[in-house]
Design a binder for this molecule. Structure first.
Ligand code: SAH
Ligand code: SF4
Ligand code: F3S
Length: 466
């Protein structure tokens, strides 16, 4: 593509979209294009969109509309929309936005290179949105990674659950798992490139299944655990209904699998859970938390909560509030219900007024802040194994890394530590972050104990007794 030299990708939404953007960037770089940090300077701009809530959709659409109206004034020769909005709205987007050249669906992204060539050569505007149930596999691609430390690896596409509020199955299609060998090969390449952490991605990784190998998600974790050079394995998202004993055992026994799990509950009222089609009760969810905490005591558990689902009464909401107090998640993503056309729940009356949704959300946020603060305070004085990710956003002089339990820690240290696991003593704790100091060599006797306790407190927490 001689006339095109540079590209920029704007990404909204979940980590699967992040990974899709990395794959698209890899494709564009293989065609000779160079990444530029500003969309205004790029020949090719891709906006990778999310429509999970109305707010997300408005943000993405607003950005595309801005870029489309600025297109004539800038460098942009090809403006493309990918991701869940592209899948959902297809051709309609070309009609709505005359300066958009390409709309590319969620299972068509591997064709990005040829499609852009076609747009440039023919001057046509193109909609490439295939049936989402047609599996399109890229194999192991050259991927342009945006993080130097965390390697994202999509292990399955789509979702079969059709929770009644959720648009994802409509935009990502049915579940398809990548073969174990392909995932392992990609992880091996990451290790060769110097990555020490991988995040295995899927909308519901617990239902991963490689038919040929008869391997489920716990088996996949065991296979990835064997890859030399990788130190940490994470995964998102786990559906509580598919969280098996075998998976809990895998977290407890595989040394690289980190002690953290994102386990979205959505609501605490059994009536609401039924109407959401989540297939578990509040009691079953609490039992699952007990099993996880019993087997992996240092595990950090996070969740997603929706307030104001259609017909959620005050009493239903109190059940969610009560569950928050009992579950004591390390942190929670909390949302007001937003009807998504095409989903089952969007056929029901959005009965909870906005003001009431806001009030319920605020109560949840206040409670969760308190719980997160209390839980993190328990880490004060402990030494944590921290994988350094980057310089801190707030201060160039500081580094940001994460504990195995996925908590962000800010501390002073040289940038040469980025990508390394170091020991940090926690000196201050807040609801969302921890502060600490790098443990000096003089304390290396403690280092020897880090990670050595394979049973129970396998987490790299070492009490210093101070
Ligand atoms: N696959 C993941 C979540 C995908 S969407 C899972 O099964 O949990 C991420 C989160 O967005 C969901 O967990 C849910 O809490 C929230 N969400 C999805 N649809 C929503 C809607 N219509 N309104 C508000 N929140 C929504
Ligand atoms: Fe959406 Fe439910 Fe699938 Fe998660 S499991 S992506 S919430 S339908
Ligand atoms: Fe959004 Fe699609 Fe992910 S709707 S949350 S980008 S699967």
């Amino acid at each position: 593509m001689p006339s095109l030299r540079s590209y920029h990708i704007v990404t909204y939404g979940c980590q699967m979209n992040d990974n899709d953007s990395e794959i698209m960037a890899g494709i564009l770089e293989s065609k000779g294009l160079e990444y530029v940090p500003s969309a205004e300077d790029a020949d090719v701009v891709v906006v990778n969109t999310c429509v999970v809530r109305e707010g997300a959709e408005e943000r993405a659409l607003g950005r595309v509309a801005n870029l489309a109206s600025a297109k004539k004034r800038g460098n942009c020769k090809v403006l493309a929309i990918s991701g869940c909005m592209a899948q959902k709205d297809g051709e309609h987007l070309l009609k709505l936005l005359p300066n958009v050249d390409l709309v590319i669906g969620t299972r068509d992204l591997f064709k990005l290179g040829e499609l852009i060539e076609h747009v440039v050569v023919s001057g046509e505007r193109v909609v490439a949105v295939e049936d989402i149930d047609k599996p399109v596999f890229g194999g192991v691609q050259p991927v342009r990674r945006f993080s130097q430390v965390r390697g994202l690896v999509t292990v399955m596409y789509g979702c079969n659950n059709f929770c009644t509020f959720c648009i994802v199955p409509h935009t990502r299609g049915r579940e398809v798992s990548r073969p174990v060998a392909e995932v392992v090969e990609e992880v091996r390449r990451l290790a060769d490139e110097g990555y020490s952490e991988v995040v295995l991605l899927g909308q519901n990784v617990n239902s991963y299944y490689d038919k040929e190998k008869r391997a489920n998600f716990a088996d996949l974790l065991a296979a990835v655990n064997e890859v030399a050079g990788i130190k940490r394995i994470r995964f998102v998202t786990s559906h509580p209904k598919d969280c098996t004993r075998q998976l809990i055992e895998a977290i407890a026994t595989l040394d690289k699998v980190c002690e953290s799990i994102h386990l979205p509950v959505q609501a605490g009222s059994n009536r609401v859970l039924r109407r959401m089609k989540r297939f578990y009760t509040k009691e079953e969810y609490l039992n699952l938390l007990s099993s996880l905490r019993e087997r992996v005591p240092a595990i950090a558990i996070t969740t997603d909560i929706i307030v104001g689902f259609p017909d959620e009464t005050e009493q239903d909401f109190e059940e969610t509030y009560d569950l928050m107090e009992r579950a004591r998640w390390d942190s929670a993503f909390m949302f007001m219900y937003s009807p998504r056309p095409g989903t089952k729940a969007a056929e029901w009356i959005d009965s909870v007024p906005l003001e009431e949704k806001k009030r319920r959300l605020q109560r949840c946020i206040t409670l969760q802040e308190r719980i997160s603060t209390e839980i993190n305070a328990q880490l004060l004085g402990t030494v944590q194994s921290v994988l350094v990710e980057s310089v801190s956003k707030k201060s160039e002089a500081q580094l940001m890394g994460r504990t195995r339990s996925d908590k962000a820690v800010v501390f002073t240290g040289p940038t040469s530590l980025i990508g390394q696991e170091v020991n940090v003593r926690i000196t201050e704790t807040f609801a969302h972050t921890l502060r600490g100091v790098l443990v000096s060599r003089g304390e290396s006797s403690f280092d020897a104990r880090v990670g050595s306790d394979k049973n129970g407190r396998r987490e790299t927490i070492v009490k210093l007794g101070i």
